[in-house]
Design a protein around this ligand. Structure first.
Ligand SMILES: Nc1ncnc2c1ncn2[C@@H]1O[C@H](COP(=O)(O)OP(=O)(O)O)[C@@H](O)[C@H]1O
Ligand SMILES: O=C(O)[C@H](O)C(=O)COP(=O)(O)O
Length: 424
């Protein structure tokens, strides 16, 4: 395997989001869960996205796991490694974007890293270093109420500066408009000033193409799917991609039952769960009962068992911000989050034991818990369900499954039905 591009992603939904973008741009891409075991045979690919569940763990653990993934990618020919973070820069002042960036930049032998979470296809843009979600700054968007990392500062130069051990500069939109050489020159100038990172403005895909061209021959960058698009288009333009990769099929249909799980509490997921009630049985779990020790998992599996032969079901813990805050006040943010993730993962395992082979999961941390519990190790990319959300086919599992790992903020109100239709 000689990779054109290697990516280390800090959560599983973000990994599949990026893998989808790279595939559409013409790179044969596979997503692995963690670093593959030594000697593990993988399909031929131009790019590999190594998915880690490292966004919300202690920074030192995130750094160690990211280093392992970066080394595995370099050993397979990846000249450029991109650290994939959330398009809404999901993180806290304790990390992990800054600490992981600092470590991987050092491993790459670079003095500065270009950083941008811009992803215009989903309404993420960066202007004067400020991240916008649609028309509003990050700190006025629903991300201000995220259960694990509420985003309360839109200025990424400040946000990353609080996380990184090195000063952070800005590559503004006027510089980007002047083209790749101007961006490269600005990066070098900021490095000469002692900056270790530069937030790059980007509003349109054309800006991301400029950024991709500017850094494709460097060794390291940090971004979301938008920067992945820019890098992929630069590689394909250089003849280092495979133009027939877009929309790769997922092979033979997969039989069995279908089910959906939702742990995301994003505004988009709340709307999608509500809309799903019109097309399938929906069970809304009470996390307070779960945390009080009631066997909510058994109740959920009994609910599913009675209905799976007739069609898909949706099991959700998703709740509005005020309910989330109340539960967290009573039990703690991490304790509540981990308990709910573990419960949804146990439910997923029970669903598969009851014949589910097509599974839709809403939420990044939720997807990580579910995929790890099911012991899935790699995915092939299928068609796109919604911007940033592809159909995934398991690789290496004796009996294949189809999954959709939906980033909390992605997809329209009809997402669950649309995903199941595309998997059928
Ligand atoms: N009703 C709830 N109250 C509190 N926390 C919840 C509730 N439902 C889910 N959670 C937790 O909120 C977090 C959602 O994170 P995640 O799955 O990454 O979703 P997103 O993709 O929207 O960020 C998880 O830790 C999950 O366990
Ligand atoms: O928004 C993105 O860039 C990715 O899809 C992502 O990282 C989503 O993370 P989430 O936790 O599923 O929102």
């Amino acid at each position: 395997m000689s990779l054109a591009l290697g990516c280390v992603a800090d959560d599983y939904t973000g990994a599949s989001d990026l893998a989808n973008t790279l595939t559409k741009a013409g790179l044969r891409t596979i997503q692995t869960i963690g670093v593959p075991e030594e000697g593990r045979a993988l399909p031929e690919a131009d790019a590999v996205v190594v998915a880690l569940k490292s966004r919300s763990i202690p920074a030192d653990q995130a750094v160690a796991r990211s280093r392992e993934a970066e080394a595995w990618l370099r050993a397979r020919g990846a000249a450029h490694v991109m650290f994939k973070v959330c398009s809404t820069f999901d993180s806290t002042d304790a990390g992990n974007i800054g600490p992981v960036m600092d470590a991987l930049r050092a491993e790459a032998g670079e003095t500065i890293a270009l950083v941008t979470p811009a992803f215009p296809e989903t309404g993420r843009s960066v202007y004067q270093g400020n991240l916008f979600v649609g028309a509003v700054p990050l700190n006025e968007s629903p991300l201000k109420d995220h259960p694990l990392n509420p985003m309360r500062d839109a200025n990424l130069v400040r946000v990353l500066g609080r996380q990184s051990g090195s000063p952070v500069g800005l590559i503004d939109t006027a510089t980007v408009a002047r083209g790749a050489e101007a961006v490269a020159a600005r990066l070098d100038a900021l490095a000469a000033e002692g900056k270790g990172a530069a937030i790059a403005d980007a509003i349109f895909d054309s800006d991301l193409e400029v950024l991709g061209r500017a850094i494709i021959d460097r060794q390291f960058s940090v971004g979301a799917s938008g920067l992945g698009l820019g890098l992929a288009r630069a590689l394909v333009a250089d003849g280092r991609g495979t133009t027939d990769a877009a929309g790769a099929a997922v092979g033979e249909p997969v039989g069995g039952a279908s089910a959906c799980l939702a742990g995301s509490c994003s505004q988009a997921t709340l709307q999608q769960v509500a809309a799903a009630e019109a097309i399938m049985p929906v069970l809304r779990l009470d996390p307070a009962r779960l945390l009080a020790g009631d066997d909510v998992v058994a109740e959920a599996l009994a609910f599913a068992e009675e209905r799976l032969s007739s069609g898909p079901v949706l099991i959700a813990t998703s709740a509005p911000p005020e309910s989330v805050r109340a539960l967290q006040a009573a039990h703690g943010v991490d304790a509540a989050g981990h308990a709910i993730e573990a419960a949804l993962a146990a439910i997923a395992e029970g669903l598969v034991a009851r014949g589910v082979r097509r599974l839709v999961v809403a939420g990044g941390e939720t997807s990580g818990a579910v995929v790890d519990r099911l012991g899935l190790t790699a995915f092939l990319l299928g068609p796109e369900i919604a911007a940033g959300v592809p159909v995934l086919r398991t690789a290496g599992r004796p009996e294949p499954m189809l999954l959709a790992l939906k980033s909390g903020n992605f997809g329209g109100p009809d997402f669950f039905g649309r995903a199941l239709d595309m998997m059928a």
